[in-house]
Write a protein that binds this ligand. Structure first.
Ligand code: NAP
Ligand code: F7E
Length: 345
């Protein structure tokens, strides 16, 4: 029989890729949208699945709304991807972030416990929970030390997921996913901010990209591979928590160098901290500048994950390399910029 999946955060990067993958596997896919007024669904359209996903309106802030949707959809699998997911914004909106990312998870779990306790549940947890890391590489056993309201709010989401598994025997999994990127990444995140800027700089639509702390390091993977891991977690005999990462860590500087290289620029770095600039070796023009505005009150300096348990138990392994990721994002954004220019004429 056809399985039914409910994906919250359907408008987001992961929501789109996960929906596509589940549709290909023959699932009936319901996508929960919080009805923000934005009607585009651009990611579902780019993935050519907009007609196939059944959109339901559900805001994680509204308990009765969540209950009604669970009652209506009666999902076999629930993927909770909805979140205020931008770390920087969580410093400006800590209460809203916590309401969505912490209590929102609990609203969903309570609704499932009462209405559909046999549904399998995936919680989108994050490497941001490791924050000021206690050891490297991080594993499922590494202690948490979040550095932002976002990280703290996700920690509640993680533990309440574990708690519902332990208290009620529900099939609840928490995925400790490290940064994953793609051409469908939101423009506020640093990789996509860079890749889109490279496309615009190439066509003379902007002079430079202004960044924050370019010395931070992340373990960056490719989003379509990460949604496969979410699905695998819910197909195991027993629920558990899994870390998903590439095992490599790179700085924002490195990502920027590779991104600009894809468009034919060679970056030469000058200065450090807020005085850092990235200069085009050929023309001497400043293509990258730094502004304190994009620094965070508390930074996560460096993350690197070890996904050994996921490799052994789920058979999951990353495939796309860091250099391939930067190149494919820039290539997609160059095409987008070309389309924007041609449709403007
Ligand atoms: P994303 O692109 O920011 O998508 C999140 C979605 O959540 C958005 O579509 C947003 O809706 C929706 N949302 C926000 N508040 C909501 C609410 N109150 N009720 C219902 N929906 C709401 O995030 P993503 O990159 O796809 O990530 C998916 C999940 O994984 C998130 O929970 C994120 O925190 C987590 N995560 C991401 C990464 C990563 O590297 N991408 C790594 C670890 C964990 P609107 O479109 O209306 O704003
Ligand atoms: O920042 C530095 C910034 O916003 C990465 C979310 O999906 O992954 C994401 O969180 C790093 C940080 O991602 C700029 O200070 C420098 O050190 O792209 P980001 P994030 O904070 O790692 C985790 C796993 C999640 O769970 C989150 O939901 O880049 N940085 N300059 C910058 N960051 C941004 N956004 N913009 C800059 O100009």
């Amino acid at each position: 029989m056809k399985k039914t999946a409910l994906i919250t955060g359907i408008r987001g990067q992961d929501g789109g890729y996960l929906a596509k993958m589940l549709l290909e596997k023959g699932y009936e896919v319901y996508g929960a949208d919080r009805r923000s007024g934005e009607t585009g669904f651009w990611r579902l359209k780019e993935l050519a699945i907009y007609e196939d996903v059944k959109i339901v309106y559900m805001d994680l802030l509204e308990l009765t709304n969540v209950m009604k949707i669970i009652e209506k959809v009666k999902p076999d699998e629930v993927y909770n991807l909805a979140a205020q997911s931008f770390v920087q914004a969580s410093f400006d909106q800590p209460l809203l972030t916590s309401d969505i990312n912490s209590l929102g998870v609990l609203r969903l779990l309570e609704s499932l416990r009462v209405i559909q306790p046999d549904a399998k549940f995936y919680q989108a947890s994050t490497s941001e929970m490791f924050g000021k890391v206690e050891h490297s590489p991080q594993t499922e056993a590494t202690p948490f030390h979040p550095r932002s309201p976002y990280g703290v709010s996700k920690l509640f989401g993680h533990w309440i997921t574990v708690n519902y598994r332990e208290s009620y025997g529900m099939f609840c999994c928490s995925g400790l996913l490290f940064n994953h990127e793609s051409p469908l990444r939101g423009l506020e995140f640093v990789t996509r901010k860079i890749s889109y800027s490279v496309g615009r700089i190439l066509y003379g639509l902007q002079n430079k990209v202004v960044l924050g702390n370019v010395d931070a390091k992340r373990d960056w993977g490719y989003a379509p591979e990460y949604v496969e891991a979410m699905h695998l977690m819910l197909q195991q005999s027993n629920p558990d928590d899994y870390l998903i990462a590439t095992g490599e860590s790179h700085s924002i500087r490195e990502f920027a160098e590779l991104a600009f290289k894809t468009a034919g620029y060679q970056i030469e770095w000058k200065g450090d901290g807020v005085n850092t600039t990235g200069i085009d070796r050929k023309t001497g023009k400043v293509l990258i500048a730094v502004n304190k505005e994009f620094y965070r009150p508390a930074e996560v300096d460096a993350l690197i994950g070890r996904a050994e348990k996921s490799s052994k138990t789920l058979g999951w392994k990353p495939k796309i390399t860091f250099a391939e990721l930067a190149a494919l994002m820039v290539e997609a954004d160059i095409k987008r910029v070309e389309t924007e220019i041609s449709t403007r004429k």
